[in-house]
Write a protein that binds this ligand. Structure first.
Ligand code: PLP
Length: 410
């Protein structure tokens, strides 16, 4: 019965052309990748593709110094932690990483302390379930990442959601809110549009209403702000009311996540956050390599990589803007984003898919994103850039899009 039921559901997904399939990378994460795609009835084929889909914004996922650091970490600490943090899995490598991140984050959060997690998804579940008890209200932007949504749904707190960026509505939720604890929860960089939340205004509202501001900076940490310090540093914000979640599998190139906050918040997470307590600590070699990654991010090489990324973002926006004007009848538009996430909104689901497959035919890998991940009528290509791309790569993409747009006109 279960199998029949699931087969039925799977056929439904297929019939809505929403079926997701995986491709298998045969080479490290990089703009040029060997990729195996399950063929349509003709077996699997391996191709070399130019990819614009990773979150490896600084191109560190395959950096020789980090490969060396993870190997060294494995020699020093072994390959597994062996247990959860509260039993015996918390190693010196984890402790050093926490200290290092706390030093970074103390620029934005006075006396910041840090707790590391295996993934950002787990960090967000931890935060919202541990802080969002029956005394709390969570007030969240509707376009927040799925992990924040799931955390809020699992929490015992009351949940209010406001339409994307509508701080006037957030404000009225705050003024009506009568629980003693109020948590404003937002992505810093929204993952589908690449736009930045108005963090100064959010913090001002938190101050005015005695609320706390929980920020998910998955796409900002390492990329934005002074020395890659993230979105809080980008806006020059500093406050005890900030609770910050950064991920380490995107710009930092490895994997994992951390929460930085007031020491008491961190103490409470250690005592109560189930997705911290009931899971095996990440391999210490990863923590060891992350310390090396932080040094790269903060140093001259990080500065150079961020400068290169900014230059590529400028170039891509410039090319896309020209293209949109030239083919204005297609009704494409670009989201208002200064980050490495650049979305070309096509509108119609089938048109977005056709565009992605036209690029695919030219060996370019750019994902089409459709509802329900994004609002109806805003199906798009979600292009992500990395410092590892070259300007020639960006030009190849622009030319391919231009050919696709010209083809679409006939
Ligand atoms: C990727 C992402 C996460 C999840 O982080 P993982 O470490 O990949 O689990 C959380 N929030 C946002 C906004 C993200 O983009």
């Amino acid at each position: 019965m279960l199998i029949e039921h699931l087969n039925h559901r799977l056929r439904e997904v297929e019939s809505q052309v929403l079926c997701r399939e995986r491709r298998t990378a045969e080479s490290p994460c990089a703009p040029r990748q060997q990729v195996t795609v399950a063929g349509m009835g003709q077996g699997a084929a391996t191709r070399s593709m130019l990819a614009f889909c990773s979150n490896d914004y600084l191109g560190l996922a395959n950096h020789p110094a980090l490969i060396e650091a993870i190997a060294e970490g494995a020699r020093r600490f072994g390959v597994g932690s062996g247990a959860s943090h509260l039993i015996s899995g918390h190693s010196r490598a984890h402790a050093l990483l926490e200290d290092e991140l706390a030093r970074w984050m103390s620029r934005s959060i006075p006396q910041a302390r840090v707790l590391t997690f295996c993934t950002g998804y787990m960090a967000n579940l931890a935060l919202l379930t541990a802080l969002g008890d029956g005394n709390a209200t969570i007030i969240a932007d509707r376009l927040n990442h799925a992990s924040l949504v799931d955390g809020a749904l699992l929490a015992r707190a009351r949940l209010q959601r406001y339409p994307h960026g509508r701080l006037d509505l957030l404000k009225s939720h705050l003024s009506r809110c009568d629980t003693p604890i109020k948590l404003i929860v937002s992505d810093a960089v929204f993952s589908m549009d690449g736009d930045l939340a108005d963090l100064p205004a959010l913090l001002a509202l938190a101050d005015a209403h005695d609320a706390w501001l929980v920020i998910d900076d998955a796409h900002g940490f390492g990329v934005l702000g002074e020395r890659g310090g993230g979105s809080l540093s980008h806006f020059g914000l500093r406050s005890e009311r900030l609770i910050y979640m950064g991920t380490l599998g995107k710009a930092a190139g490895l994997g994992g996540a951390f929460v930085a906050a007031h020491p008491t918040v961190i103490d409470w997470l250690v005592q109560s956050a189930r997705s911290y307590i009931y899971t095996t600590a990440a391999p210490p070699a990863i923590a060891h390599a992350l310390c090396a990654s932080l040094r790269l991010i903060e140093g001259e090489e990080g500065e150079a990589r961020r400068a290169r990324l900014r230059q590529l973002i400028g170039m891509l926006r410039d090319r896309l803007t020209t293209l949109i004007q030239r083919f204005s009848h297609l009704g494409w538009r670009l989201t208002d984003s200064a980050t490495a996430i650049q979305s070309l909104i096509v509108g119609d689901n089938a048109a977005a898919l056709a565009l992605a497959s036209s690029l695919d035919a030219q060996d370019l890998w750019v994902p089409a994103i459709r509802p329900p991940t994004v609002p109806t009528g805003t199906a798009r290509l979600r292009i992500t850039l990395s410092a590892a791309h070259t300007s020639q790569d960006v030009q190849i993409l622009a030319d391919a899009l231009s050919r696709a747009a010209a083809g679409g006109r006939q």
